[in-house]
Design a protein around this ligand. Sequence first.
Ligand SMILES: NC(=O)c1ccc[n+]([C@@H]2O[C@H](COP(=O)([O-])OP(=O)(O)OC[C@H]3O[C@@H](n4cnc5c(N)ncnc54)[C@H](O)[C@@H]3O)[C@@H](O)[C@H]2O)c1
Ligand SMILES: O=c1ccn([C@@H]2O[C@H](COP(=O)(O)OP(=O)(O)O[C@H]3O[C@H](CO)[C@@H](O)[C@H](O)[C@H]3O)[C@@H](O)[C@H]2O)c(=O)[nH]1
Length: 333
Amino acid sequence: MSVLVTGGAGYIGSHMVLELVDRGEDVVVIDNLSTGFRWAVDRRATLVVGDIADNALVEETIRAHGVNAIIHFAGSIVVPDSVADPLGYYLNNTVKSRGLIAAAVQTGVRNFIFSSTAAVYGNPEDNPVSESAPPAPMSPYGSSKLMTEIMLSDASRAHDFRFVALRYFNVAGADPEGRSGQSTPRATHLIKVACETALGKRPQMEVFGTDYPTPDGTCVRDYIHVSDLANAHSVALDHLRRGGVSDIFNCGYSKGYSVIEVIAAVKQVSGVDFRVLLSPRRPGDPAAIVAATAKIREKLGWQPQHDNLEQIVAQALNWERRVDALKAEAHEG
Ligand SMILES: NC(=O)c1ccc[n+]([C@@H]2O[C@H](COP(=O)([O-])OP(=O)(O)OC[C@H]3O[C@@H](n4cnc5c(N)ncnc54)[C@H](O)[C@@H]3O)[C@@H](O)[C@H]2O)c1
Ligand SMILES: O=c1ccn([C@@H]2O[C@H](COP(=O)(O)OP(=O)(O)O[C@H]3O[C@H](CO)[C@@H](O)[C@H](O)[C@H]3O)[C@@H](O)[C@H]2O)c(=O)[nH]1
C-alpha cells in the first residue's frame, strides 16, 4: 500500500515526501515539473512525470502502486497571477482536481488530503479566523480552492470516500536537515524574496502596500514552518486511516507578523541591511489573516515543533545559500 503525492516535486510536496519516507511509507509522486524539480523528490520515492489531468496515467499509477491515500498538492499558487489569469487557475486547480477526485472514486482510494488555503476566507472580519467563518475568497486562487473543497465534500457524501482539507496559512522555511526548501525561480513569497535580497540575488525588494488598516500599515500573515505543515498531513493521514470523518482544518500558529516585521527578522538573522522600497498595494491581498488553530490541535493532536520566526528565516536562508549550486549540479547530472 502506498501514498500518492501529487505535486511532490514542489516546495511543500517535497517536504511531504520526506516526512512520509522518513516514517517508512511507500510513496509515489505524480508531478508535471511545471514549477517542481526532479531532484527535489527524495530517491526513496518513485517519481512519475505527468499531469494530474492525464486520467489514464493517474489510474494506472494508483493501481500499479496499490495507492490507498492521495495527498494532493499539484496546483498553481500565486494570488496575483490568479487575478490576471483566472481561467488558467480554474483549469489547473479546480477542473484538474475534479478529475483527480473522480479517479480516486473510480479506483476505490478512500483517503484524500487536499492543499487548501487561508485565501478561502478572503479578508476576514475577525482574527484569528476559525474554520467555521464563512468563506469569502477575494481572488480567483481562493475561489479555485474553495470549489475543490466543495467537490470533495459532495463526493464524500455520495461515495465511500473521505477527505481532509488543510487550509494552509503562509508556508515558509526549509527542511531543518537542509534536504529541501523553496526553489521556485522568480518566487513571489515574502520570506523567500527577502532571503534572496539579503543574499544579493536581488538588488532590492518591495513592500506592497503601507496603507492597510493594520498596526504598521503593512499586511499581516501567519507564517507556518513547512515541516510542521507536512506533519499536519501525517496526522490527518492517520486520522483518515483510523476511519476518521471528513473535515477541514486551519494550519498556522495563531501568530500574525506584518511585512515590515518579517523583513526586519530577515535583516536581523542575515546581518544584512538590504534595500527595501515602499510600493503600492498588490491586487488580491487581504489586509490581515491569522489562523485559529485549536481545532487541528484538539481533533488531530497536531503539535508544532518549529513555531519560531527566526528559526524559519534562518533555515530559509541556509537553503537559499545552497539552492543555486544544487540546481547547477542537477543540470550537469
Ligand atoms: N506556499 C504556500 O504558502 C501555500 C499556501 C496555501 C496553499 N498552498 C497550496 O499548496 C500546494 C503546493 O504549493 P507549493 O508552495 O509547494 O507550490 P509549488 O509550485 O512549489 O508546487 C506545486 C507542484 O505541483 C506541480 N504541478 C502543478 N500543476 C500540476 C499538474 N496539473 N499536474 C501535475 N503536477 C502539477 C508543480 O510542478 C509543482 O511541483 C498548492 O496546491 C498550493 O495552492 C501553498
Ligand atoms: O516581495 C514581496 C512579496 C510579498 N509581499 C507581501 O507579503 C505578504 C505575503 O505575501 P506572499 O508571501 O506572496 O503570500 P500570500 O499572497 O499571502 O499567499 C500565500 O499564502 C496564502 C495563504 O495565506 C496561500 O494560499 C498562497 O498560495 C501563498 O502564495 C503580502 O501582503 C504581500 O503583498 C511584499 O510586500 N513584498
